[in-house]
Design a binder for this molecule. Sequence first.
Ligand SMILES: Cc1ncc(COP(=O)(O)O)c(C=O)c1O
Length: 378
Amino acid sequence: MIFEKYPFEKLNILLKDIKADTNYEASSLTIGEPQFQTPKIIQDELKNTTSFLNKYPKSAGEDYLKQSMISFNKKRFNIDLEMKEIIPVFGTREVLFNFPQFCLFDKPNPVMAFTNPFYQIYEGAATACKAKVIHLDLIKENNYLPIMTDEELKTCDLVILNFPNNPTSATISKNELEKWVKKSLEFDFVLINDECYSELYFNDEAKPVSLLEACVSVGNTSFKNSLVLNSISKRSSAPGLRSGFIAGDKDILEEYMKYRTYVGCASPIPLQKTAALAWSDEKHVEEFREIYKKNFEIAKEVLGIEAPLATFYIWLEVKDELKFTQELYRKKNIKVLPGSYLGRNGIGKDYVRIALVENNKKTKEVLTRLKDFMKEYK
Ligand SMILES: Cc1ncc(COP(=O)(O)O)c(C=O)c1O
């Protein structure tokens, strides 16, 4: 079993012998981690709940946390979920790694498809399951939307989509998702949409849709074969809280819950209490959205780039992304992530991913520095 090196490790190797110009402040635009304090109401709740550390948390999650996630889905997507249709998880990363193992372990020749470029855990999971991988290439000519033939779909056991997308920032329409729901029923594969960026949107008239909404609109009201993942990490600037959920098909979730009992990733009760509050409050999320929106306005002003509908990433086309990354670091002390580290089969080549996760002032300064570099980069 050979796990690929993580992109950040590859980046460290790429930059290790390069001396950055320290006349500039070191700036890293590589990681998808909001650089803001977690809101005070969330921090205070955590401080106030430490007395619950003397209890073992339930693997299934506490009911109040489930309720707050159910309310979130109702308010945001107008989806009514039963208690059996949702499981709180310890951040979505662990699910993305272990769900494929649960889903594929009894398949003699497992086949898994996922969007390419991708969040690296999808590939790690495929490696752990010894699954054959089909890459759903996201290319500009197709507006970064996945295409798959029926011949390929017939062979799939599990498909993972990720919209809004990391790293391309693409969003998908309800109509497109409806097609995927129908295909998952026709060819009987499990369909996941990783919706971790669904709350970082900038236009109230064009909020990202959920796969669960697409299920309902095609009449799949039991969400058969469909599941979504969502996370508090980006929405609340609280990746350390480790709170997410998986929701959808209750028959799959019932079996998955049995499996999770053995995985042992129950979230401590103070974290569950705090997460329940964070999922219930929208005001702090609105404030973060304003910051990201302004960051994209700055990107437009400085680099002439149109804002995406969601996420905090710029998927920037450049010539020779590895050289670009090295030179930008050498000359301007800015780190970005080469797109080719996030994709396979040439996808991501000639792109870099830039995460706009800093405040507006810092973003303006660093993007201006980037622009100066781009003027002279050949
Ligand atoms: C597409 C995508 N999915 C899932 C995650 C994991 O988020 P968490 O484990 O914090 O819920 C990330 C984090 O960067 C991500 O970019």
